[in-house]
Design a protein around this ligand. Sequence first.
Ligand code: NDP
Length: 304
Amino acid sequence: MKKKLIIIGSGPAGLTAAIYAARASLEPLVIAGSTWGGQLMNTTEIENFPGFVEGIKGPELMNNMIEQAKRFGAEFIFENATQVIANKDKKTVKTYENEYQADSIILATGATPRKLGIPGEDQFYGRGVSTCATCDAAFFKEKTIAVVGGGDSAMEESTFLTKFASKVYLIHRKDEFRASPIMVERALNNPRIEVLYNTEIKEVIGDIKVKALKIFNNKTNEVSELNVDGLFLAIGHIPVTDYVGETIELDEQGYIKSPDGVHTSIEGVFVAGDVEDHKYRQAITAAGAGCKAALEAQKWLENK
Ligand code: NDP
Protein backbone atom coordinates (compact mmCIF):
# COMPACT_ATOMS: atom_id res chain seq x y z
CA MET A 1 0.00 0.00 0.00
CA LYS A 2 1.48 3.38 -0.94
CA LYS A 3 0.14 6.51 0.72
CA LYS A 4 0.89 10.19 0.19
CA LEU A 5 1.33 10.63 3.92
CA ILE A 6 1.74 8.36 6.90
CA ILE A 7 1.38 9.82 10.38
CA ILE A 8 2.89 7.76 13.17
CA GLY A 9 1.31 8.48 16.54
CA SER A 10 -2.17 9.39 17.75
CA GLY A 11 -1.76 11.96 20.49
CA PRO A 12 -2.80 15.59 19.93
CA ALA A 13 0.14 16.15 17.52
CA GLY A 14 -0.59 13.16 15.28
CA LEU A 15 -4.35 13.64 15.30
CA THR A 16 -4.19 17.36 14.55
CA ALA A 17 -1.81 16.55 11.69
CA ALA A 18 -4.35 13.96 10.53
CA ILE A 19 -7.21 16.49 10.58
CA TYR A 20 -5.23 19.05 8.56
CA ALA A 21 -3.80 16.51 6.12
CA ALA A 22 -7.17 14.87 5.58
CA ARG A 23 -8.82 18.23 4.90
CA ALA A 24 -6.06 18.87 2.35
CA SER A 25 -7.14 15.61 0.59
CA LEU A 26 -3.90 13.81 1.41
CA GLU A 27 -5.87 10.79 2.69
CA PRO A 28 -3.35 10.17 5.47
CA LEU A 29 -2.82 6.80 7.05
CA VAL A 30 -2.46 7.12 10.81
CA ILE A 31 -0.47 4.36 12.45
CA ALA A 32 -2.08 4.97 15.79
CA GLY A 33 -0.43 2.34 17.98
CA SER A 34 -2.17 -0.46 19.83
CA THR A 35 -2.69 1.83 22.82
CA TRP A 36 -3.80 4.90 20.90
CA GLY A 37 -4.38 8.45 22.11
CA GLY A 38 -1.09 9.23 23.85
CA GLN A 39 -0.56 10.67 27.31
CA LEU A 40 -3.97 12.33 27.52
CA MET A 41 -5.60 8.91 27.74
CA ASN A 42 -4.21 8.78 31.29
CA THR A 43 -5.57 12.13 32.42
CA THR A 44 -8.96 12.77 33.86
CA GLU A 45 -10.21 16.29 33.33
CA ILE A 46 -8.38 18.59 30.89
CA GLU A 47 -9.16 22.14 31.91
CA ASN A 48 -6.66 24.07 29.81
CA PHE A 49 -7.48 22.99 26.26
CA PRO A 50 -9.09 26.07 24.70
CA GLY A 51 -12.73 25.83 23.77
CA PHE A 52 -13.93 23.58 26.59
CA VAL A 53 -15.33 25.91 29.22
CA GLU A 54 -16.09 23.12 31.69
CA GLY A 55 -13.07 21.01 30.71
CA ILE A 56 -13.11 17.71 28.87
CA LYS A 57 -11.98 14.19 29.71
CA GLY A 58 -8.69 13.20 28.04
CA PRO A 59 -10.04 10.09 26.28
CA GLU A 60 -13.11 12.02 25.08
CA LEU A 61 -10.93 14.75 23.54
CA MET A 62 -8.76 12.18 21.77
CA ASN A 63 -11.76 10.24 20.54
CA ASN A 64 -13.27 13.46 19.18
CA MET A 65 -10.04 14.22 17.32
CA ILE A 66 -10.05 10.74 15.76
CA GLU A 67 -13.67 11.11 14.63
CA GLN A 68 -12.91 14.58 13.24
CA ALA A 69 -9.95 13.23 11.24
CA LYS A 70 -12.01 10.27 9.97
CA ARG A 71 -14.76 12.64 8.83
CA PHE A 72 -12.30 14.13 6.32
CA GLY A 73 -10.93 10.80 5.15
CA ALA A 74 -8.06 9.88 7.46
CA GLU A 75 -7.57 6.15 7.79
CA PHE A 76 -6.49 4.56 11.08
CA ILE A 77 -4.70 1.35 11.85
CA PHE A 78 -4.04 0.38 15.44
CA GLU A 79 -0.63 -1.17 14.96
CA ASN A 80 2.74 -0.23 16.47
CA ALA A 81 5.41 1.13 14.15
CA THR A 82 8.54 -0.94 14.60
CA GLN A 83 10.80 0.55 11.93
CA VAL A 84 11.06 3.54 9.61
CA ILE A 85 13.37 3.28 6.62
CA ALA A 86 13.47 6.58 4.81
CA ASN A 87 15.40 8.60 2.32
CA LYS A 88 14.35 11.51 0.14
CA ASP A 89 12.74 9.26 -2.49
CA LYS A 90 11.47 6.21 -0.66
CA LYS A 91 9.87 5.82 2.71
CA THR A 92 8.75 2.64 4.41
CA VAL A 93 7.09 2.10 7.75
CA LYS A 94 7.04 -1.39 9.21
CA THR A 95 4.73 -2.60 11.94
CA TYR A 96 4.69 -6.05 13.52
CA GLU A 97 1.94 -7.01 11.09
CA ASN A 98 2.54 -5.05 7.87
CA GLU A 99 4.72 -2.82 5.76
CA TYR A 100 3.55 0.53 4.34
CA GLN A 101 5.06 2.85 1.74
CA ALA A 102 4.56 6.61 1.69
CA ASP A 103 5.77 9.75 -0.05
CA SER A 104 6.02 11.57 3.27
CA ILE A 105 5.87 10.79 6.97
CA ILE A 106 5.03 12.74 10.11
CA LEU A 107 6.59 11.38 13.29
CA ALA A 108 4.36 12.16 16.27
CA THR A 109 5.01 9.37 18.72
CA GLY A 110 5.36 11.57 21.79
CA ALA A 111 7.27 10.89 24.94
CA THR A 112 6.55 9.03 28.09
CA PRO A 113 7.20 10.62 31.47
CA ARG A 114 9.96 8.76 33.26
CA LYS A 115 8.66 6.88 36.25
CA LEU A 116 10.29 5.86 39.50
CA GLY A 117 9.32 2.21 39.15
CA ILE A 118 8.30 1.84 42.80
CA PRO A 119 5.35 0.06 44.44
CA GLY A 120 2.13 2.11 44.45
CA GLU A 121 3.22 4.45 41.64
CA ASP A 122 1.02 2.88 38.96
CA GLN A 123 -1.73 1.94 41.39
CA PHE A 124 -2.22 5.60 42.42
CA TYR A 125 -1.58 7.14 39.01
CA GLY A 126 -4.43 9.63 38.49
CA ARG A 127 -5.37 9.29 42.17
CA GLY A 128 -2.66 11.48 43.62
CA VAL A 129 0.29 10.51 41.44
CA SER A 130 0.67 12.82 38.46
CA THR A 131 3.23 13.61 35.80
CA CYS A 132 1.77 16.98 34.82
CA ALA A 133 1.60 19.88 37.27
CA THR A 134 0.00 22.18 34.69
CA CYS A 135 -2.81 19.68 34.24
CA ASP A 136 -3.44 18.57 37.82
CA ALA A 137 -2.28 21.35 40.18
CA ALA A 138 -5.78 22.71 40.69
CA PHE A 139 -6.88 19.43 42.28
CA PHE A 140 -4.47 20.06 45.18
CA LYS A 141 -5.74 23.35 46.62
CA GLU A 142 -4.46 23.76 50.21
CA LYS A 143 -3.07 20.19 50.19
CA THR A 144 0.37 18.85 51.00
CA ILE A 145 2.20 17.38 48.07
CA ALA A 146 5.62 16.16 47.00
CA VAL A 147 7.54 16.79 43.80
CA VAL A 148 10.42 14.48 42.91
CA GLY A 149 13.35 15.50 40.72
CA GLY A 150 16.28 17.88 40.61
CA GLY A 151 16.05 19.41 37.14
CA ASP A 152 14.34 22.51 35.79
CA SER A 153 11.00 20.70 35.58
CA ALA A 154 11.08 19.87 39.29
CA MET A 155 11.93 23.50 40.15
CA GLU A 156 9.31 24.92 37.84
CA GLU A 157 6.60 22.49 38.90
CA SER A 158 7.20 22.81 42.62
CA THR A 159 7.17 26.60 42.37
CA PHE A 160 4.00 26.52 40.25
CA LEU A 161 2.32 24.06 42.62
CA THR A 162 2.71 26.45 45.57
CA LYS A 163 0.01 28.58 43.95
CA PHE A 164 -2.36 25.76 44.93
CA ALA A 165 -0.81 23.51 47.57
CA SER A 166 -0.16 24.82 51.06
CA LYS A 167 3.05 22.77 51.34
CA VAL A 168 5.34 21.26 48.73
CA TYR A 169 8.13 18.83 49.58
CA LEU A 170 10.77 18.89 46.87
CA ILE A 171 12.43 15.49 47.04
CA HIS A 172 15.80 14.94 45.37
CA ARG A 173 18.11 11.94 45.52
CA LYS A 174 21.30 14.04 45.62
CA ASP A 175 22.48 16.99 47.70
CA GLU A 176 22.65 19.36 44.77
CA PHE A 177 20.37 20.18 41.88
CA ARG A 178 21.18 20.02 38.20
CA ALA A 179 18.53 22.71 37.49
CA SER A 180 19.59 26.21 36.45
CA PRO A 181 20.65 28.39 39.42
CA ILE A 182 17.92 30.97 38.91
CA MET A 183 15.19 28.34 39.05
CA VAL A 184 16.77 26.66 42.08
CA GLU A 185 16.96 30.02 43.85
CA ARG A 186 13.31 30.72 43.16
CA ALA A 187 12.30 27.35 44.61
CA LEU A 188 14.58 27.65 47.65
CA ASN A 189 13.25 31.12 48.44
CA ASN A 190 9.66 29.95 48.35
CA PRO A 191 8.38 29.59 51.94
CA ARG A 192 5.93 26.86 50.92
CA ILE A 193 8.69 24.59 49.56
CA GLU A 194 10.75 22.35 51.82
CA VAL A 195 13.61 20.47 50.17
CA LEU A 196 14.45 16.92 51.23
CA TYR A 197 17.94 16.24 49.88
CA ASN A 198 19.52 12.81 49.58
CA THR A 199 16.07 11.33 49.70
CA GLU A 200 14.69 8.49 47.62
CA ILE A 201 11.04 7.55 47.43
CA LYS A 202 10.60 3.83 47.97
CA GLU A 203 6.82 3.43 47.94
CA VAL A 204 3.56 5.33 47.43
CA ILE A 205 1.12 4.49 50.19
CA GLY A 206 -2.64 5.08 50.19
CA ASP A 207 -6.14 3.61 50.19
CA ILE A 208 -8.31 5.08 47.46
CA LYS A 209 -5.94 8.06 47.17
CA VAL A 210 -2.34 8.82 48.05
CA LYS A 211 -1.79 9.22 51.79
CA ALA A 212 1.97 9.01 52.30
CA LEU A 213 5.35 8.19 50.82
CA LYS A 214 7.88 5.79 52.23
CA ILE A 215 11.17 7.67 51.95
CA PHE A 216 14.79 6.68 52.47
CA ASN A 217 17.61 9.06 53.35
CA ASN A 218 20.64 7.72 51.50
CA LYS A 219 23.06 9.64 53.77
CA THR A 220 21.68 8.48 57.12
CA ASN A 221 19.98 5.25 55.92
CA GLU A 222 16.87 6.36 57.76
CA VAL A 223 13.51 5.12 56.48
CA SER A 224 10.38 7.12 57.32
CA GLU A 225 6.89 7.98 56.16
CA LEU A 226 5.96 11.39 54.80
CA ASN A 227 2.27 12.31 54.79
CA VAL A 228 1.24 13.82 51.46
CA ASP A 229 -1.89 14.05 49.33
CA GLY A 230 -0.08 13.84 46.02
CA LEU A 231 3.17 13.09 44.26
CA PHE A 232 4.29 14.85 41.09
CA LEU A 233 6.96 13.08 39.06
CA ALA A 234 9.37 15.52 37.41
CA ILE A 235 12.25 13.20 36.62
CA GLY A 236 12.38 13.71 32.89
CA HIS A 237 10.75 12.23 29.81
CA ILE A 238 11.68 9.45 27.46
CA PRO A 239 10.93 10.29 23.82
CA VAL A 240 9.47 7.37 21.89
CA THR A 241 11.94 6.92 19.05
CA ASP A 242 12.88 3.25 19.26
CA TYR A 243 11.40 2.62 15.79
CA VAL A 244 13.51 5.20 13.88
CA GLY A 245 16.75 3.27 14.21
CA GLU A 246 19.68 5.00 12.56
CA THR A 247 17.53 6.53 9.82
CA ILE A 248 16.56 9.82 11.40
CA GLU A 249 18.92 11.96 13.43
CA LEU A 250 18.28 12.26 17.15
CA ASP A 251 19.73 14.82 19.52
CA GLU A 252 21.94 13.91 22.46
CA GLN A 253 18.87 13.32 24.67
CA GLY A 254 17.22 11.00 22.17
CA TYR A 255 14.61 13.44 20.84
CA ILE A 256 14.12 13.74 17.07
CA LYS A 257 16.49 16.46 15.93
CA SER A 258 14.87 19.36 14.15
CA PRO A 259 16.14 22.86 13.35
CA ASP A 260 12.66 24.36 13.49
CA GLY A 261 10.42 21.88 15.31
CA VAL A 262 8.98 20.58 12.02
CA HIS A 263 11.68 19.31 9.63
CA THR A 264 13.93 16.32 10.35
CA SER A 265 17.23 15.16 8.90
CA ILE A 266 15.38 13.40 6.05
CA GLU A 267 13.54 15.32 3.36
CA GLY A 268 9.83 14.56 3.43
CA VAL A 269 9.92 13.30 7.02
CA PHE A 270 8.41 15.77 9.48
CA VAL A 271 8.07 15.77 13.24
CA ALA A 272 5.47 17.09 15.68
CA GLY A 273 4.91 17.18 19.40
CA ASP A 274 6.66 15.74 22.42
CA VAL A 275 8.94 13.45 20.43
CA GLU A 276 10.76 16.65 19.45
CA ASP A 277 9.68 19.17 22.10
CA HIS A 278 11.87 19.17 25.23
CA LYS A 279 10.21 22.07 26.82
CA TYR A 280 6.50 22.81 26.55
CA ARG A 281 4.93 19.34 26.30
CA GLN A 282 1.36 20.58 26.39
CA ALA A 283 -1.57 19.14 24.45
CA ILE A 284 -2.16 22.48 22.79
CA THR A 285 1.48 22.98 21.76
CA ALA A 286 1.58 19.42 20.41
CA ALA A 287 -1.62 20.09 18.46
CA GLY A 288 -0.09 23.28 17.05
CA ALA A 289 3.02 21.37 16.03
CA GLY A 290 0.84 18.74 14.32
CA CYS A 291 -0.83 21.48 12.32
CA LYS A 292 2.53 22.90 11.23
CA ALA A 293 3.88 19.47 10.25
CA ALA A 294 0.80 18.74 8.12
CA LEU A 295 1.06 22.11 6.35
CA GLU A 296 4.76 21.55 5.66
CA ALA A 297 4.10 18.00 4.42
CA GLN A 298 1.39 19.32 2.12
CA LYS A 299 3.72 21.97 0.74
CA TRP A 300 6.54 19.46 0.27
CA LEU A 301 4.26 17.01 -1.55
CA GLU A 302 2.95 19.78 -3.85
CA ASN A 303 6.50 20.84 -4.77
CA LYS A 304 7.47 17.23 -5.35
P1 NDP B 1 16.24 16.48 33.58
O1 NDP B 1 16.64 15.26 32.85
O2 NDP B 1 17.01 17.73 33.40
O3 NDP B 1 16.25 16.19 35.15
C1 NDP B 1 15.69 15.03 35.66
C2 NDP B 1 15.89 15.04 37.16
O4 NDP B 1 15.23 13.89 37.68
C3 NDP B 1 17.35 14.97 37.60
O5 NDP B 1 17.56 15.78 38.71
C4 NDP B 1 17.52 13.50 37.98
O6 NDP B 1 18.37 13.29 39.05
C5 NDP B 1 16.14 13.13 38.44
N1 NDP B 1 15.87 11.72 38.22
C6 NDP B 1 15.96 11.03 37.07
N2 NDP B 1 15.62 9.75 37.25
C7 NDP B 1 15.33 9.64 38.57
C8 NDP B 1 14.91 8.55 39.39
N3 NDP B 1 14.72 7.33 38.89
N4 NDP B 1 14.72 8.79 40.70
C9 NDP B 1 14.89 10.02 41.23
N5 NDP B 1 15.27 11.09 40.51
C10 NDP B 1 15.49 10.89 39.19
O7 NDP B 1 14.70 16.64 33.21
P2 NDP B 1 13.75 17.93 33.28
O8 NDP B 1 12.41 17.43 32.87
O9 NDP B 1 13.87 18.62 34.55
O10 NDP B 1 14.32 18.89 32.13
C11 NDP B 1 14.41 18.42 30.77
C12 NDP B 1 14.88 19.56 29.88
O11 NDP B 1 13.86 20.55 29.78
C13 NDP B 1 16.11 20.26 30.43
O12 NDP B 1 16.91 20.60 29.34
C14 NDP B 1 15.56 21.48 31.08
O13 NDP B 1 16.48 22.54 31.15
C15 NDP B 1 14.37 21.80 30.19
N6 NDP B 1 13.35 22.56 30.93
C16 NDP B 1 13.39 23.92 30.88
C17 NDP B 1 12.46 24.66 31.57
C18 NDP B 1 12.52 26.13 31.48
O14 NDP B 1 13.48 26.66 30.93
N7 NDP B 1 11.54 26.85 31.95
C19 NDP B 1 11.42 24.04 32.39
C20 NDP B 1 11.48 22.59 32.40
C21 NDP B 1 12.42 21.90 31.70
P3 NDP B 1 19.96 13.48 38.97
O15 NDP B 1 20.18 14.97 38.99
O16 NDP B 1 20.42 12.79 40.19
O17 NDP B 1 20.39 12.82 37.71
